[in-house]
Design a protein around this ligand. Structure first.
Ligand code: GRF
Length: 191
């Protein structure tokens, strides 16, 4: 068994896919951490019985980042999973957990990094769309890629339909890739 935490700022549909995935049932989800008190992900966590923690950025970024680092240091997760976490992790957190932080991005990196990636990719006729799961480094959506999965853009789908296709891919692949990482960590610690 390996331990992980999820960091999320928004709706939390990926968090829910992760928390309910059978491929992750052999591992321990320690907590979900959010920077937003009103984030719907916190209601999902409550419903699913997952402990949650709020690290508010209202009193300043520096203080929040220290609190986040303290919380992570206390939890000692084997893996930190970003799932729609809208803050950039500071280098002191990246350094401490390097190689143990995963992020999911709703575009085929290195194309369309940053915000509104689905909209921006959709606006380019014929641009390949999809998802990327990557390790986090100090940049924005720049770390080593673990997997890319292209979405089906056929049939002249509208933006909403494309968003649904991308999210379906995320919910299918992210839990599986997280489980693979945790399984590998578990095997490595058994040796
Ligand atoms: C996902 O599209 C993910 O790729 C991006 O943020 C979104 C989070 O959605 N990083 P949700 O909160 O998991 O529903």
């Amino acid at each position: 068994m390996a331990d992980y935490v999820v960091l999320a700022s928004g709706s939390g549909s990926n968090f829910e896919a992760i928390a309910t995935s059978c491929c992750l049932s052999g591992h321990r989800l320690l907590a979900v951490i959010s920077d937003r008190r009103e984030a719907p992900v916190l209601r999902r966590a409550e419903r699913l019985g997952v402990p949650s923690l709020i690290v508010s950025y209202e009193a300043g970024r520096d203080r929040a980042e220290s609190r986040l680092l303290d919380a992570l240091a206390k939890l000692e997760p084997d893996l930190i999973v970003l799932a729609g976490f809208m803050k950039i992790l500071p280098s002191r957190i990246v350094e401490r957990f390097r190689g143990h932080i995963l992020n999911i991005h709703p575009a085929l990196l290195p194309g369309f990094p940053g915000r509104n990636a689905i909209k921006r990719a959709y606006a380019e006729p014929g641009a390949a769309m999809g998802i990327t799961v990557h390790f986090v480094d100090e940049g924005v959506d720049t770390g080593p890629v673990l997997a890319r999965v292209e979405a089906d853009r056929s049939g002249d789908p509208g933006l909403e339909e494309m968003e649904a296709r991308i999210h379906a891919l995320e919910h299918h692949h992210y839990p599986r890739l997280i489980a693979e990482q945790l399984d590998a960590i578990e095997r490595a610690t058994e040796r």
